[in-house]
Every structure is written in C-alpha cells, then in structure tokens.
Design a binder for this molecule. Structure first.
Ligand code: PLP
Length: 391
C-alpha cells in the first residue's frame, strides 16, 4: 500500500502515533490502565512493555504524536510525557544540570518555573541569572563560563513578551549552552522552536494541548538522540510520568488543537480590539498588536498570536481585582488554554510567588485566557464587568 501523506499539522495531530489498535482496530489508542505486562519467558517483552513507569502504550502514542508536532521530519526527535509541566521541568533540570552549573532564566516567566529554580534547584547548587528575553545581547551578557542552559518562555506568562528564538539559540550555542523554550503559550500549532534552533521544548500540556481544563500534564521534546536518551532514562528513573488516562486526555485534546487555536487567535483579536478602544485601559499586551515592541519577531516565528491577552487598568490594583470579580462568562481562575475563557489577577494569583523578585508583575495587570465561545458574548461580559468595576 502506498504511504499516506501526513505532512499537514492537523493530519499529524490526528494520526501520528495513533494507528488503529492492533488487537481490536479501535480507532483511538485505548487507555491502557495497567501497571505491568505478562512476559513470554523471562525478558520476553511484548512490544517492549515491561512496567508502566518505564513505558505504557497510551503514553507512547501521546509521545510519538508530540514529537511529530514539534519536530516534523526530524527522525531523532523524541517526546516524553510527565505528570505536570513542573515535573517535566524538574526532570530536565536534574538531567542537564549538576551542582555548580549556571542557568540563564527569563526575567518574565511563569512564577512556578522561577520558584522551582529559586527554591528547589538553587539549594541543590544551581546558580541562576534572570535576563531580558527580548534582548539577545542581554542574554549573551548573562551567560557565564559555567552556564549550561538558557531558558526562555515565548510568549511570556503573563506579560506576553516575545523572544527571538533563532537569535537566542545562536547566542546560547556560541557559548556552549542549550536553549530551552517553554512553548506552552503558543503550542506547536503556532510555533515550533526546535525548527528555529532550540534544543528542548517544554510544555505544560495542562494548557492548550489538553485544551479542556480537565487534566494536568507536561512534556519535553528534544531532537538530539543522546539528550533524548538521557531524558528518557531520567523519566523512568525519577518516575514523574503521565498516567494512562491523563495521556489519553491530552492526546484527545491534541486532535482539535489546530481548530481551537484558530478560534483562540480570532477571539483574542476581537477582545484586543475592544480593550484598545476602552478608556479605562492603559496598556494592552498581545503580540499581534502592531504597537507591541516584539511584533516583528512574533510575526516572523509564529503563525498566529494566540489566545492569551493581558491588560493594565488605569485605576490601579483594586479596579483590576474588581474586574476579575465581576465577570460571568469569564471564570475567575488560574490556568489557561482551555475552551472556556478565564480571567485572573497575576499579582495575587499565578505570580504571587514572584512578589519581591525581579519577576514581580504590575499590580494593575489582568490576564485573560480567551476561550472559544462566541466573541460577542465574551466581549459583552468584559464590558459589563469593566463598567461595574470602573464606573
Ligand atoms: C508557561 C507555563 N509553563 C509551565 C507551567 C507549569 O505547568 P503545570 O502547571 O502543568 O505544572 C505553567 C503553568 O501554569 C505555565 O503557564
């Protein structure tokens, strides 16, 4: 039979790693809710499966699909699925760094990533320096002789700054460091950092990949075979794996990633148009705006600008908190990337752990995860909440 063309992103999302089940023909990979596997004589493994921490067919399907989305055409690419984004990050840190090593961190990032480095990795002996990810020269200046890792998020959480992945990869590689890109906000549908020179992509699959606010998970994707081998070893040795049901949920979410992201993009654009015209707003942060300081970089490396929008409220922190408390279609809550719209106050919620650090966020900032509802309904909800809060 002739090979079927699975070059398109949506085709890969639906088929990569997801052949019909060999036993029954089930068209989606079953949830192999199992811990161990019968062996045909000692060491006689069926399909390489021995124990589900080491490998599980549902997790394998997710991992193969993720590698095909983040690194199409790169045969050595490999993905590993974890119990959470932070579990993926921790496994990465303890695989590529050892006490005495140094990492350059983003000066604007998910607070939990910063907390993991400051509170867990630093006491273990890792040194860190935050640097401005929008300025490759600032990153170069932060690199020390013992720097092994340059870590960026792009777009950043919650300020939606954008770093030039290709330029930063060059800077990192020139000094012998690996470049890690947290691709959670963009998802592989909008941006594929490994194709731009990054060495490792990390994801909180809890977000756009899962897409339905019903699972917590993480992933690492790499293209170098040796690094993949080391990470896979640690995935098993440290054990922070994604379980079968969670793997299945993320894989199901991925099938609709492309159609969801198109809708997140266009709804976010509508919300941004509303916010930029609102006189209670002092700044709208979204890389799709031509006035965004990194718009040109975003246009170059992303195929859409995503569903995350932040804005600053002229009247200050209390007004920002009041807006968050007054929406009904937007749910007040942490997390992002689900089909439903979410609103939050980063300073008091997702980024409370970075208060007093170089990553502290403005207190008048509101972050929106724009969902895929009808845009007129989410805008009407925001308008009502802003009128109530701002008078
Ligand atoms: C950009 C980013 N990276 C990593 C994480 C951590 O992922 P998890 O919450 O799945 O551990 C988050 C969580 O919000 C995030 O927003």
């Amino acid at each position: 039979m002739e090979a079927v063309n699975i070059d398109g992103f949506n085709t890969r999302a639906i088929h990569a790693g997801q052949e019909p089940d060999p036993l029954t023909g089930a068209v989606v990979p079953p949830i192999y809710q199992v811990s161990t596997y019968a062996q045909d004589g000692v060491g006689g493994l069926r399909g390489g499966y021995e124990y589900s921490r080491s490998a599980n067919p549902t997790r394998t399907a997710l991992q193969e699909c993720m590698a095909a989305l983040e690194a199409p055409g790169i045969d050595t690419a490999r993905a590993m699925a974890f119990a959470s984004g932070l579990a993926a990050e921790d496994t990465l840190i303890r695989t590529v760094l050892k006490p005495g090593d140094h990492a350059v961190l983003p000066n604007d990032a998910y607070g939990g990533t910063y907390r993991l480095f400051k509170k867990v990795a630093e006491p273990w002996g890792i040194q860190t320096t935050p640097a401005d990810i929008t300025n490759p020269e600032a990153i170069a200046a932060a690199i020390a002789p013992n720097t092994k890792l340059v870590w960026i998020e792009t777009p950043t959480n919650p300020l939606l700054n954008v770093g030039d992945i290709a330029a930063i990869a060059e800077v990192a590689h020139a000094k012998g460091a690996l470049l890690v890109v947290d691709n959670t906000f963009a998802s592989p549908y909008l941006q594929q950092p490994l194709l731009l020179g990054a060495d490792v992509v990390i994801h909180s699959t809890t977000k756009y990949l899962g897409g339905h606010s019903d699972v917590v998970g993480g992933a690492l994707v790499v293209k170098d075979a040796e690094l993949a081998e080391q990470l896979a070893y640690h995935q098993n040795a440290m054990g922070a794996i994604a379980g079968p049901f969670d793997s299945w949920l993320v894989l199901r979410g991925i099938k609709t990633l492309g159609v969801r992201m198109d809708r997140h993009n266009s709804n976010a654009h509508d919300v941004v148009n509303f916010l930029t015209a609102h006189d209670g707003v002092s700044a709208v942060l979204w890389p799709g705006l031509e006035s965004h300081p990194n718009h040109d970089v975003a246009k170059k490396q992303m195929s859409g600008f995503g569903g995350m929008v932040s804005f600053r409220v002229k009247k200050g922190e209390q007004a920002a908190l009041d807006i968050c408390a007054n929406t009904t279609v937007f749910t007040l809550g942490e997390s992002l990337g689900g089909v439903e719209s979410l609103i939050e106050h980063p300073g008091r919620m997702t980024h409370a752990s970075v208060a007093g650090s170089p990553l502290e966020v403005p207190s008048d900032l509101v972050r929106l995860s724009v969902g895929i509802e009808n845009s007129e309904d989410i805008i009407a909800d925001l308008e009502k909440a802003m009128t109530q809060a701002l008078g």
